[in-house]
Each structure stands twice: as C-alpha cells, then as structure tokens.
Ligand binder design. Structure first.
Ligand code: SF4
Length: 444
C-alpha cells in the first residue's frame, strides 16, 4: 500500500534544511506521496527509512527512456487508471516497422517518412516516434545491414526485434549507444538478452503469455542487473489485450504486484484490424506500439487520438500570447484581440483566412480560458489588453488605433478604451461572422 504524506513525514529527519530542493520536510513528504520525488534527494535519511520509503514512494510504473537526443521519448510513470482522475503523463511511442527482408530503398523511404512527416494540430506538430526493425530473415548480416540503413537516414528511437541474440549483437554495433529497445527476453533466453541490454545500457522488452510468468521474468531479469523493462503479453485478440493491459495497470498502480510496474508493449502488425489495435493501444495503456506504415488518413487519426488522450484534462491547450499575422497585413489592417485558448485562436484564424482579409490577431494571456470564461473569471481585463498592446509593439505595426474585441468581451469595451486610448469596436460573438463583420464595419 502507498504511504500517505503524513506517514512519510514521520519517517523524515525534520531538519527543514531545504537540501532536497523543497522548503520543508512536509512538502518533500507530499511530493514523495505523489511519486514526484526521489528519496535519495534527502541526504539525512537512514537506511531503514530509505528501504521503507523507496519501496512505497517510487512511481508505480517505472519510467523508461527509449532513444537519445531530440526524438527520444519517455514512457511509463503513470498513476491512474482513468484519465479524468488526474491525467496521463507519457504518450505511447508509435513506431513504423521495417523488415530486413525489404529492399534498402523501401527501408530508406519508410525511415525518411517517420523522420519528416508531421501533422500540425492546435498548434502542435504531431509525429511518429521511431522505427522498429524486425529480423524477419533470422540472418545476422541482413539484420545488421537493415539497422545500419535506418541509422544512416535518421537519428530515431529504435526497437530491435529478433529472437537471434547474434543478430541483435551485430545490430547493436550500429546503434547500441543510442538506447534502442531490445525485443525480447523470454523464459528461455533472458540471461543472454539481459547480458546484451546490460552491455549496451538499453531497455529490454520481456515477453510471456501470463501475468504471473511476466512478473517472474521481471524478477529474474532484475536479478541479472537490468531495470528498464517494457512488457509484452503478445495478446491473441483485442479482448485479450484489453484484459491484460488493464489488469497490469490496475495491479501496478495499486502496488498490488510491483513486479508488473512497467510500461506495456503492443505489436499491432499481426492479425489485421491494425487501426483498431492502435486505437485500443493508445486508450488502454500501451506505451510502445509497433505498426506497419499507416496510410495518411490512419496516421492522422492515430496521432490525433494520441494527442487527445494525452492532454491534461485540467489544463486548456494554450497559445503563446503575441501578435500574429493572418496573410500579409499592412499598416491599415485591422487588429483583432482575443484570448490564448487554442481552440478560440485556431477557429478565429480559420475564419479570417477564409475571409481573405489580411489582419493582426492580438493574443492576450488568459491562462488558456475561453473569452466567455475569462471575462466571467476576471482573467480578461483592460490591464492585460494594455500590457499586450505595449509588449507586442502594436502601435508601431499599424497606423491607426482601433481594436476589435470579441462580442463576448463587450462588457469590457469602455474600460479597454479608457485604459488603452484605442477606439474599441465590438465584433461578433460567433467567429463564423467575422468575415461579414470586417467587410461591413471595418473602416480605417
Ligand atoms: S533534505 Fe531531508 S531533512 Fe532536509 S528538508 Fe529535505 S527532507 Fe527535510
């Protein structure tokens, strides 16, 4: 059972010395209770307290990094079963599979696609996570060559899939220092696989068909000195996947089975219905999803779903405040003020682009709240608008002093005029009407 903050506090030295980075022992205890701090940060804990706290305060699902550098990604360190209870923290890596039986041109083309393809949605660039190289030939040389081709094209996180330890060993010569995920250790080969993972400092997939076998394998591999695991139950059906991944998440977050406290691996390439496997994997706790290259429509759907599931439901998606241009606005172009809630920004921007009227959008920081909510909560006011006009040097961008505000901000129009000295025009409440409004009302 997880300890509560006050129970943890009783075990701390109570020096309030701040050396752990927290102002008091109590705040450190609260962080430990939430799995947000490491017991080793307090240098004054005795061994007994460390042993008790270490076992109960580490995140229930281990965080594992795959790859190095800019495109590397972290998985695990999740705390809840349902997103609305808190949030999900680390989105699954989705990797396109190539095989060492494919031609070098095919491998290069798929790798280039993962390296470059990007979809922009609500201001975020969405990309796939890496390449999984499968040793379909079971030959050592061709596997190493395929990994070499991928490595020459891009620095992407890799999964190396082979049952042949000699082939894995040859491939790791190309990429062993880049933390590829090695697939997979089983009851029969775990000693050799652990030796490879240890030698190259790589995370390791452990594979078994039952939860108790998986837990035992995690224990055995830990004893070999490897700690970063991802677990593969090789489910035979969608039902089996949901049942096993939900079971693992439940047992891990309640700390009922700490040996199952690792991220989950899903191979979506087998057995058809790939889109369904990917969607279920994203929603039901897969952390590494290997798929055949997707069509553009499926790719967009998968990345959109992942973005939606892994945004914090308690935090609105925000834009950076600033002065944005729509088209190529001149000095006489209208200036439209609105809030930094992403959905508001992109909706308005879309209608402005359709209207083909070059203009400026002045985005004020309302902490991601919509116009209506920001006005009601006092998060949109004349001071913020004045600050934004000054900060983003709007007076030097245009030759007039007219500001169009959203219809829902009409109650603030007088105060904004008074504070800024700009003439305020109240725009429509519905962004869809902004084109007609500008055509009819905008006069310099
Ligand atoms: S380092 Fe230890 S003793 Fe000092 S404030 Fe943090 S928890 Fe307390």
């Amino acid at each position: 059972m997880a300890l509560k903050a006050l129970d943890i506090y009783k075990l701390l030295p109570k020096k309030n010395c701040k050396e752990c980075g927290d102002p008091t022992c109590l705040t450190f205890a609260m962080k430990l209770a939430g799995g947000k701090a490491d017991v080793d940060l307090c240098p004054y804990l005795d061994d007994q307290a460390k042993a008790v706290l270490g076992a109960t305060t580490r995140p229930p699902i281990r965080r594992v990094r795959i790859g190095v550098g800019e495109r590397s990604f972290e998985i695990g360190e999740e705390f809840v079963l349902y997103r609305h209870e808190k949030t999900f923290f680390h989105q699954p890596g989705i990797l396109f599979e190539v095989s060492d039986t494919q031609s070098p041109d095919e491998i290069t083309s798929i790798t280039k696609r993962v390296k470059d393809e990007s979809f922009t949605r609500v201001g975020t660039d969405l990309m796939f996570s890496g390449i999984a190289v499968r040793n379909r030939s079971n030959a050592t040389d061709s596997f190493a060559a395929a990994v070499g081709i991928v490595e020459n094209v891009a620095d992407l996180p890799l999964v190396l899939i082979s049952a042949n330890t000699a082939a894995l060993s040859a491939a790791l010569v190309h990429c062993g220092t880049y933390r590829p995920l090695i697939h997979a250790a089983t009851k029969g080969n775990f000693k050799e696989m652990c030796a490879l993972a240890k030698q190259h400092g790589c995370p390791l997939v452990i594979k078994a068909h039952q939860l108790d076998e998986l837990a035992q394998l995690a224990k055995d591999c830990s004893a070999e000195g490897v700690q970063d695991f991802v677990m593969d139950l090789s489910p035979a059906s969608l039902y089996e996947f949901i049942a096993s991944s939900t079971g693992i998440r439940q047992l891990a977050i309640t700390r009922t089975a700490p040996d199952l406290g690792y991220p989950v691996y899903l191979d979506a390439t087998a057995g058809g219905m790939q889109d369904a496997w990917i969607a279920l994997g994203i929603v039901k706790y897969a952390s590494v999803i290997v798929t055949a290259p997707l069509s553009r429509a499926s790719a967009k759907a998968a990345l959109t779903l992942r973005q939606n599931v892994y945004t914090d439901p308690q935090k609105p998606i925000q834009m950076n405040p600033g002065l944005y241009r729509v088209g190529t606005p001149g000095k006489d172009a209208p200036v439209l003020m609105t809030v930094n809630f992403s959905l508001t920004f992109f909706t308005l921007e879309g209608y402005l682009e359709s209207a083909r009227i070059p203009c400026f959008m002045l985005i004020v920081d309302t902490e991601g709240l919509s116009v209506l909510t920001a006005v009601a909560a006092g998060k949109l006011n004349e001071t913020l608008v004045l600050d934004a006009i000054r900060r983003f040097d709007v007076e030097n961008e245009v030759s007039h002093k007219k500001l169009i505000i959203p219809g829902y901000a009409a109650p603030l129009s007088g105060r904004i005029e008074e504070a800024t000295g700009w003439k305020v025009m109240v725009g429509p409440r519905d962004a869809a009407e902004i084109g007609d409004f500008l055509n009819e009302e905008w006069k310099r």
